[in-house]
Each structure stands twice: as C-alpha cells, then as structure tokens.
Design a binder for this molecule. Structure first.
Ligand code: PMV
Length: 317
C-alpha cells in the first residue's frame, strides 16, 4: 500500500495579528501541537476522515472545505490518483486561534503533492496551502501558513514575506484556550469595518503595530523577558480597541495577569480563541496548577518548534 504522511504545527501570533492583514509586520511562532495528515491508497470512492467525521470528496456537505479545495486544485493540474483516503488527526482545537486550519492546509498540501508524484517543494506546498486557507478565511495574510511551514519564529509582512528569527535561548509560553471557537473570516471583516470608520487612526495603529513588532524582535534578541511581556500587554490593549477581544477574554486575561507572568495577550483572530502568557522564570509549576484548576485546555510550549515534517511514509506501492 502506498502511504504518505506529513505533519505541521499550529502557531501563536506574538505581535501584529489583524494589522498584518493590512500590511503591518507581525511575529509568529510554531508551537508543539501538530496536525498529521495521511494519504493512503484504498479501493473505491475517495474520502476524507477526521475522528468520526467522514465525507466523500464529492459530497457538498460543507465538511472539510479546505481539504477539498486543495484536492480539487491538485486534480485540476494533473491526473491525480483517484482511489485514496485522507485521514487527519489533530491535537489543535479547530477555531482556537492556534492556526489549526493552516496546519491542516500545510500538511495536506505536502502529502497530496507527494502522494500524487508531484514536486513537493516549499513554494509549491505553500501556494497550494494558501488556496486552502483562502477557502476558509477569505483574505488571510499568509502568516499562519508561513509559520506552520517554516516552524521556529518568523517576522512576517505581506510585502516582504517571512524571515526566520533565530533564538539564542529557548522561550517558554503558556497557552490557554478559552473554549470559545470563532471564525477568523468574520473577525477580519469586523476589523475592516473599523478601518473604514477610522481610516487615518487605523493606519497609524497599523504603523505602530509594525514598530511594536520590531521592538519585540529587539527584546527577543536581548532575551529581555520583562520588555517582551510589556509589549504583549500593549499589543492586547490595541487588539481590544479594534474590537477583537471580548468581555470573557478580558476576564481570562485579567486572571492570568494576576499570576506570575510578564505579559498576557490574546493570540490570533480573537473573539474567543486563545490567550498566551509569558511566565516568569520558575513559575511553571504554580501556573500549571492554577490553569488546570481554572481552564479546560492549556499547555506550555517551548520555542522554537519544528515546522512541516514528513512522517514515516511508504511509497513502495
Ligand atoms: O485564524 P487565527 O486565529 O489563527 O489568526 C489569524 C491571524 C489574523 O491576523 C487575524 C489573520 C491573518 O490572516 O493574518
């Protein structure tokens, strides 16, 4: 049996989410939660499966829209295999602001290309993954896909693309999922309305988001954790102003800020989703006890983490 397996990580955005859609610089990092996609040859109709959810490629049931868009694109370019199964396993909750759709898009694109005997270069995988992302997010900046592909930390803007940022010393972040899913596309539209309402003010905020990202980069290079935390707090205040925080996220952030952390902010599109905090050295144990008591789903991640990777594949037919 032919089997191709690829996995890709989720991500957190450290600075510049939303403003990056409008041209600002942002910083993102891959986390150690991954999505694994397996393509295997089976007889009969092709299907896609994740846990108990299953859908035939031809079903117009609204399931796996991103994966179907990628598969349609591969089939339109080449004579693709016509009997196969796509199995997705993920340890990133969908709609949690942790880049699960980009991780699915990257791992699916990589495995689909290789499974069909096509060239799976980084640029081909990325181009295909963006087709999938656009299917679900409308106008994504591309930062999620870049972050999941490359792993590590990246500085990203639409004009300059992604630049990997080396880290001298590993960084440790706490990630807490609020439990509320949301749609990135709806939040991007909400922010665009704010931009239409206050064009000049919004463009000055986008410029300051870029400055904040560069300042963050400098603090990272110096290993200045208190400065990184302070910049996270400033970033949160701006995200709150553009309307992507919510009263329950504000409460979650306030609770976490009362613990031993340097800074806290929402990450990704907001409107629910997840919050990240930078713990003070030596505080992991107490924090871990606190979050386990108060929140359903949280984890610590060290940075940097690996990007796209091929898992054990078997192409022997
Ligand atoms: O979809 P999320 O929550 O992982 O965040 C995407 C980040 C945004 O800046 C809101 C959108 C984008 O494409 O850059």
């Amino acid at each position: 049996m032919t089997e191709v397996v690829a996995s890709a990580p989720g991500k957190i955005i450290l600075t510049g989410e939303h403003f990056v859609v409008h041209g600002a610089c942002a910083i993102a990092a891959a986390v150690d939660r991954r999505v694994k996609v397996t393509f295997s040859s089976v007889s009969g109709q092709p299907f896609i499966q994740s846990g108990r959810i299953r859908s035939a490629l031809t079903d117009k049931d609204g399931k796996f829209l991103l994966v179907k868009a990628i598969l349609r694109e591969v089939q339109s370019r080449n004579k693709a295999r016509d009997s196969f199964a796509v199995k997705i396993s993920s340890d990133i909750p969908a709609g949690s602001g942790l880049g699960s759709s980009a991780a699915v898009a990257v791992a699916t694109s990589a495995a689909a290309l290789k499974f069909n005997g096509l060239e799976a270069t980084d640029s081909k995988i990325q181009e295909l993954a963006m087709i999938g992302e656009k299917q679900v997010h409308g106008n994504p900046s591309g930062i999620d896909v870049e972050s999941s592909m490359r792993g590590g930390l990246i500085l990203f803007s639409r004009a300059s693309g992604a630049k990997s940022v080396p880290l001298d010393k590993a960084l440790n972040f706490l990630i807490v999922y609020s439990g509320k899913t949301r749609k990135t596309s709806a939040l991007i539209s909400r922010v665009s309305l704010k931009k239409e309402m206050f064009p000049h003010f919004f463009s000055s905020l986008a410029r300051s988001a870029s400055f904040l990202s560069l300042e963050f980069l400098d603090a990272l290079t110096c290993g200045d954790l208190p400065r990184i935390g302070a910049l996270m707090n400033i970033s949160q205040a701006t995200l709150d102003w553009i309307g992507v925080s919510t009263p329950s996220m504000d409460k979650l952030i306030e609770n976490l800020a009362s613990q031993d952390v340097f800074g806290v902010k929402l990450t990704g599109a907001g409107g629910g989703g997840s919050v990240i905090a930078l713990p003070k050295p030596g505080s992991n144990k107490a924090l871990s006890k606190y979050v386990r008591r108060n929140f359903q789903w949280s984890f610590f991640t060290s940075l940097p983490q690996e990007g796209l990777r091929w898992e054990n594949s078997n192409q022997n037919s």
